[in-house]
Design a protein around this ligand. Structure first.
Ligand SMILES: [Zn+2]
Length: 505
């Protein structure tokens, strides 16, 4: 069966791909290189306080920490929806593996409810000795009374409740002491990783409150609303050769100040190493930078090509990728990890010799697909992990069907058939004690579920459905009922028998 949609031709895809090149860290910093080819969004070294895009003049200035109790006049312009905004100033010492962080935040209450406190998620506090809270202060320097850490939550009481559309700003100061571990937040002899490293605002849902899910034994549990990030990382002069891979392209000022801007993103993550070699490929105007260890430059170049191919394909099938750069990083922690504008993939995948029909090919496509099924369309990863993981696993197959059809059979065998998967697709992460049964049920049977839907609907209607879903829920948190309702609308045939086969109560 030919799965190529009528509006994507293979020649069109291939024409947009790719030249690869190798930049040596000895000659130029990759961050600077990446920035040179993109419209600079960063400004000078000294930065004004972060403020949301212009509020109506009649409303409270964003930086006033005590909200003014007033009602916008009838003539006021409609309030623009404001995302949480974070401005980080980080002093990172790669020798001590410590980071002192000053994090300014602005939060606008977008719900109809009045908030008496904030609850921020501090994933870094889940491991003892990593997150050390120094202070929480208002912009005038006075302490936020009774702000405190409660397990992995930072509680910020609001003396003046925050009503709808009002903003509040404060500053959190803390020190991160990285554990020596190949983990999402940790360091090894070869690199440091900063994933889920800062306190963040989870979504707030009217009638439900802050969406904070506990960690499970498997899977991911954090739920993120879109936010804006400005990040400045200073390193000592002795670390001038340090290379930082991040969710956004960096601007390097002098030898030791790295600046990043990222808008409308679920997360901002980064990784530092003096060993990274940078491989580059292009997907149209999008620059793909891969940060790999010296022994894996060749497979890194291949991964850059697969990544660029997948970006081009998914931009055509789903919705256009919204940024002009994308990065991936070879890491020493297990498996793959998605982030906004970036993914991380374990080094074992780079030690291959079998071309695109490999874990490197499949996982590159998978992690790229998370730019749609995680970054653009958000979801509750703890309760409904199939909403992103089944779609990303099935997106691997779309990648092979469209660009490497000779490997479709291989993919089914390698990725799905060999595991004899069982379990309900709509399981939560809490239903499992071990990783493999979780992947089998959610990822692999999820792919089978989507394939049956795909076969029943036909290619054009199925791709059109995925496109509609990506458009409808961009920037939002999609729920299973949203996905199913849109699917019912899009499929003229009855999907209930397929749902009964794969979904438990
Ligand atoms: Zn995934």
């Amino acid at each position: 069966m030919i799965y190529l949609p009528h509006y994507v031709t293979k020649s069109m895809l291939l024409a947009t791909i790719l030249t690869t090149g190798l930049l040596s860290a000895c000659f130029s910093t990759p961050s600077a290189t990446a920035t040179a080819s993109t419209a600079p969004e960063t400004a000078a070294v000294s930065s004004p306080p972060i403020i949301p895009s212009q509020p109506p003049a009649t409303l409270t200035p964003a930086f006033q920490y005590t909200p003014v109790i007033s009602t916008p006049t009838p003539t006021a312009k409609p309030q623009v929806v404001q995302r949480p905004a974070y401005d980080f100033e980080i002093s990172y010492d790669p020798t001590a593996q410590k980071a002192e962080v000053k994090q300014r935040v602005i939060y606008t209450n977008q719900s109809s409810e009045t908030l008496n406190q904030f609850q921020m998620v501090v994933e870094a506090a889940r491991k003892a000795g990593v997150f050390s809270l120094q202070s929480v202060i208002w912009p005038d320097g006075t302490p936020v009374e009774n702000a405190h850490l409660e397990d992995d939550r930072l509680i910020i009481p609001l003396v003046v409740p925050l009503v709808n559309s009002r903003s509040v700003s404060f500053e959190i100061n803390y020190v991160l002491t990285l554990p020596e571990a190949a983990s999402l937040l940790g360091y090894t002899a070869n690199q440091a990783a900063f994933i889920d490293w800062y306190p963040y605002f989870p979504p707030y849902l009217s009638g439900q409150g802050w969406v904070i899910e506990p960690a499970g034994r498997v899977g991911e549990h954090l739920v993120y609303p879109p936010a804006d990030f400005k990040v400045t990382i200073r390193v000592p002069d002795t670390a001038a050769g340090l290379i930082i891979a991040a969710s956004a392209p960096g601007e390097v000022i002098g030898n030791n100040i790295h600046q990043f801007n990222l808008q409308n993103a679920r997360t901002f993550s980064w990784s530092a190493s003096s060993k990274y070699q940078v491989v580059t490929a292009y997907s149209g105007n999008i620059t793909v930078n891969g940060y790999v260890f010296p022994e894996h430059v060749e497979s890194g170049k291949a991964a850059a090509v697969y990544t660029a191919e997948a970006l081009t394909l998914f931009s055509s099938l789903f919705t256009p990728y919204p940024r002009d750069t994308f990065s991936f990083v070879e890491v020493e922690f297990a498996d793959g990890q998605e982030g906004d504008g970036i993914f991380y993939l374990n080094k074992s995948y780079f030690a291959y010799t079998s071309g695109v029909g490999s874990g490197l090919g499949a996982l590159s496509a998978h992690e790229v697909a998370h730019q749609w099924w995680f970054s653009a369309v958000g979801s509750n990863q703890a309760r409904y992990p199939w909403l992103d993981e089944a779609l990303c696993t099935y997106s691997e197959l779309l990648y092979y069907q469209n660009l490497h059809p000779e490997l479709v059979e291989w993919w089914w065998q390698y990725r799905v058939d060999s595991y004899n998967a069982t379990g309900w697709v709509n399981s939560s992460i809490y239903d499992f004690q071990a990783y493999r049964p979780y992947v089998n049920a959610v990822y692999l049977r999820g792919a089978r579920f989507l394939d049956e839907i795909h076969q029943q609907m036909g290619n054009e209607a199925f791709i059109s459905f995925l496109h509609s879903y990506a458009v409808a829920y961009a920037g939002k948190l999609a729920r299973p009922e949203d996905f199913i309702a849109l699917l019912r609308q899009s499929d003229s045939a009855d999907i209930q028998p397929i749902l009964d086969k794969y979904f438990g109560n």
